[in-house]
Ligand binder design. Structure first.
Ligand code: PXP
Length: 240
């Protein structure tokens, strides 16, 4: 079964455009929960451009489904995550000037530090995934730091055109194989949409996808509940 994490950062992006209360991030999370999502994903960025600390605290209190906190590996955010103890943290690279997460985390370049970070989360009962490019060295490094899962970055696949689509899909499939051999749980995310999800959903052993922008964008026209359900329908077609 492939589970769906709905990333609701962009509900908060709209709220922060006016620094007010609408749209309500907690209400959005609850609609996703009712629609059948398995997890809510949020990224608490250093610049707090969308999700705020209070959102993470409230979500942790009110959700019946899992909370997955995407986070840059900085001391400030690690402290907050260790206090809140979400179900999972997904370690991502973070650059203040980027529009969205660009590229995967270079786990191989910081294995020493990440071994400690992962251990601290495990000691607190929090599972850890690493958001990485579909690259064998990064999969192996994620196993080396004892991550529980890898989330393969599907952004290059989502942006590819023509023959490159198949090329990017092959890279993801190869990295998925590597993850299985390394006994890492397999997740995927970034840039996934109702139109490009099916080939990803057919990758053996895929357990979870995290989807944000497309669901929130389609919610404007068809409603959030429907936007979540149409993704779940695709996942269910390919789940065993
Ligand atoms: N997974 C990770 C690790 C991400 O950083 C993001 C973007 O915040 C997503 C999934 C969702 O990407 P999108 O909004 O393009 O669906």
């Amino acid at each position: 079964m492939i589970e769906l994490g709905v990333n609701i950062d962009h509900v908060a992006t709209l709220r922060e455009a006016r620094k007010g209360f609408a749209p309500d991030v907690i209400a959005a999370a609850k609609v996703c929960e009712i629609a059948g999502a398995h997890q809510i994903t949020v990224h608490l960025r250093q610049d707090r451009r969308h999700i705020q600390d209070r959102d993470v605290h409230l979500l942790h209190e009110v959700l019946q489904i899992r909370l997955n906190l995407e986070m840059g590996v900085t001391d400030e955010i690690i402290d907050i995550a260790l206090r809140i103890k979400p179900h999972t943290v997904c370690l991502v690279p973070e650059n203040r000037l980027e529009i969205t997460t660009e590229g995967g985390l270079d786990v191989a370049a910081q294995t020493k530090r990440l071994i400690d970070v992962v251990k601290n989360f495990h000691d607190a009962g929090v599972r850890v995934s690493t958001f990485i490019d579909p690259d064998q060295a990064q999969v192996h490094a994620s196993a080396k730091v004892h991550a529980d899962a890898v989330e393969l970055h599907t952004g290059a696949y989502a942006n590819a055109k023509g023959d490159l689509v198949l090329h990017e899909l092959q890279r993801i499939r190869a990295a998925a194989d590597d993850a299985q051999k390394a006994r890492l749980e397999l997740h995927a995310g970034h840039g996934l949409t109702v139109r490009n999800l099916a080939p990803i959903a057919q990758i053996p052993n895929l357990r979870e996808v995290n989807i944000g922008h497309d669901i929130i964008a389609r919610a404007i026209f068809i409603g959030l509940e429907n936007a979540v359900r149409e993704i779940l329908d695709i996942l269910n077609l390919y789940s065993d």
